[in-house]
Design a protein around this ligand. Sequence first.
Ligand SMILES: Cc1ncc(COP(=O)(O)O)c(C=O)c1O
Length: 374
Amino acid sequence: MSDPLMSVYPPLEPATLVTRRSLQFPFNSDGLTLTHLGRGAIWLALKALGLGPGHRLAMPAYHCGSEVEAARLAGIEVVFYRVLPTLEVDHEDLFRVSRQCHATYLISYYGFPMPPLPPGTLVIEDAAHALFSYDGGAAIGSRGAAAIFCPRKSLGVPDGGAVLIRDGHIEAQGRPPWKRMARSMASQSMGWAAQSRAGVLRAPATKVFRKVSKAEQAVEEGTLTEVVIGEWNLEVADLEVAASKSSRMTEWAVHGADGEAIRRHRRRNYAILLNALPDVVPPRFRGLPDGVAPLYYPVRVPQRDRTIAELQKRGVRSIEIWPVPHPLLDRRRFAELEPLRHEMLALPVHQGLSEWHMEQVAKAAREAIMAAHR
Ligand SMILES: Cc1ncc(COP(=O)(O)O)c(C=O)c1O
């Protein structure tokens, strides 16, 4: 019998499609628009705030890259502020750079709180990792002039970014290509079966999933990083597709999302890994502040790529965290972040995983880390 296959992002839960609840923040906000991808939401946020050629945007030196790509394609000049190797933002540098810019872009890393909002500047909150996450009493994404979210990362929906404009609204145009959506839905449903505790569903789904997954093949071939970089050098037309309306299925499925239960399950799963693997999580993420809904469990290990391959053999599909910065970043100037790019990976803690699954993730991670060091 095959073991369950557990991925960092949740698969589509059929229950979400048959449940209707009252919408929760940010989905209940007037200024919210669902888009096909998160980068499309950023594209619309920049437009709604009137940012384009002739404007400067302060962005963090530690980033995913697709947010910087959206700003580049919008013709905006990006000025980077410092993020310390602990993954805390250097507040002094953030405030200094913000003063030179027309707007400031803040990112919540893995759903954890953002730095304080610099005064006197338009702020875009990137809550791509922080759906249903709180900083003290405030929902992450509720304070800036605009915020972006990435429901597809947290909810197992087949696509979906979201943009929230605090004092306004922006329309998305068109729908994503149906072929792309059909592929995504097939892979999401297969992911659900592959993670299932029911062996009859699991074995065939795991087999197909492994065969068609580009990421699995890339891990085996050692080319995972190239797959990430392939998402850059985009064109305006790519961003326009990313900024189209989300699929109808995503529009429907967000009505089934129970933010409070998602946060509770993610916190429980994170706590299980904190207990099992306390030494490999960077110190900033060694506790779980009240209200945080973590996107994943960040792990820092010297043999990252081998650890990912060992995890995959044990049924855990981890991912590299941000292995390469956007080409606009001067990597020598921010050289202190380079080690992180080679050493960080993400383990799953999503709401679709039970305590039983989490014991398997913890065991696999312990074994994989040891095997990678041999
Ligand atoms: C912090 C951050 N912002 C924005 C995005 C863009 O999301 P998407 O890949 O849906 O375009 C990502 C995703 O990879 C991200 O990690």
